[in-house]
Design a protein around this ligand. Structure first.
Ligand code: NAP
Ligand code: G4F
Length: 341
């Protein structure tokens, strides 16, 4: 039997790496779109670099995407590439729009021209719900994005739907809520916390500085979420699905869980920007607020309803919250002890 071929954009990011592992395990030929950098490095897929066929390209360059599609001639395309950090989207709103918004049209056009029968997955996001209009958020909840990133992703979401309806393309959007992992970028709040906790536990750092501790997120593990991406492209008909745990926690609760993983129980003192987290045993301040990390507009509460994905895709969550946090802290302790940082 012919092996299936998949093209993954954003291959060296967090999700790209877990998806590549999943598809290689399933016997796919995996092609990965990668940006040219001054120093050749493979990021999160370094361990897979001999198994993946890399193609240089950029989401803002239609020619490079047509070229990539012609080389791979994929059965399935997973569009994971993005300027994915919400904070940066206020500093680089135009680049974010070009990559996360128009970049999706570029990829859909490349497919329309070179492989119109390929199945397409778009990495949509719970950030599109922003100032939430309904609790919990589901596929039918209206969008109200709160950042240039969220706005660009709404465009990407709708253009995916539009190409499905205009050209009968098999194009799906996964509206994924926050998912983290040992491979999460270090600027995202979860990994920033787990790395700092590991450093504090090893005596390499005194404290961590964070922004809004009251923001609530629905956090799962990326390994579970890439399975949903694949399942969406195996259905009879293309559709859009929310992928979430259905639980929400504050950044404060994430920090408590991460410190607890190294046996530090946090006690909170003060209010607003004066609030601090104190190690109950030693009385030392291990967490401070820094207004620099607050955002111009915040998404205060995200909690997704994954019922449609559970029912129609048979998707289920395997890594619960506590295990997610413990895995991340344990991995950061290992990295630091091995001197890889
Ligand atoms: P990530 O780790 O930041 O990975 C992003 C990837 O996109 C990297 O490989 C990056 O390559 C690539 N990229 C950025 N700009 C590009 C461009 N102009 N052309 C080609 N590639 C480019 O993000 P992630 O967490 O894996 O997320 C994957 C996708 O899911 C993203 O679209 C994100 O917006 C979306 N999403 C994520 C979450 C989440 O919680 N993780 C939730 C919902 C949706 P470089 O290494 O060259 O920068
Ligand atoms: O970890 P974050 O930067 O993730 P955010 O903004 O929720 O975005 C992530 O999830 C989205 C899905 O909902 C993805 F689409 C997106 O690509 C990305 O993966 O921030 C989470 C929360 C925010 O409310 C932020 O204000 O944590 C709050 N926070 C508090 N202190 C902080 C910090 N965030 C960061 N990055 N750094 C802080 O020091």
């Amino acid at each position: 039997m012919l092996r299936k071929k998949a093209l993954i954009t954003g291959i060296n990011g967090q999700d790209g790496s877990y998806l590549a592992e999943l598809l290689l395990d399933k016997g796919y030929d995996v092609y990965g779109l990668m940006r040219r950098k001054s120093k050749l490095e493979y990021g999160n897929v370094t361990h897979l670099k001999d198994k993946i066929k890399f193609i240089y390209g950029d989401m803002t360059d239609l020619v490079s995407l047509i070229n990539a599609v012609r080389i791979a001639m994929p059965d399935e395309v997973y569009n994971l590439a993005a300027q994915s950090f919400v904070g940066t989207s206020w500093d680089q709103p135009i680049a974010t729009a070009e990559i996360d918004g128009l970049g999706v049209t570029n990829m859909l056009e490349a497919l329309k021209i070179a492989a119109p029968l390929a199945r397409f997955y778009q990495a949509s996001t719970s950030e599109m719900f922003g100032l939430v209009q309904e609790i919990p958020q589901k596929e039918t909840t209206p969008f109200y994005p709160r950042s240039p990133y969220g706005v660009a992703k709404v465009y990407g979401h709708w253009i995916t739907k539009n190409y499905r309806e205009s050209y009968d393309m098999f194009a799906c959007s996964g509206i994924l809520f926050n998912h983290e992992s040992e491979r999460r970028g270090e600027e995202f709040v979860t990994r920033k916390i787990t790395m700092a906790v590991a450093k504090i536990a090893l005596g390499l750092q005194d404290h961590v500085e964070l922004g809004n501790l009251d923001a609530k997120r629905d956090w799962g593990h990326a390994k579970d979420y890439v399975k949903a991406m694949w399942l969406m492209l195996q259905q009879e008909k293309p559709d859009d699905y929310v992928i979430a745990t259905g639980e929400t926690r504050t950044v404060r609760e994430f920090a408590e869980a991460a410190f607890a993983a190294v046996d530090i129980q946090l006690e909170w003192k003060g209010q607003g920007v004066e609030e601090v987290g104190i190690d109950k045993n030693t009385g030392k301040v291990v967490l401070k607020i820094n207004p620099e990390f607050f955002r111009p507009a915040e998404v205060e509460l995200l909690i997704g309803c994954p019922d449609k994905a559970k029912k129609q895709l048979g998707w289920k969550l395997e890594i619960p919250f506590k295990e997610l946090v413990e895995r991340m802290v344990k991995n950061d302790l290992r990295i630091l002890k091995e001197g890889n940082k």
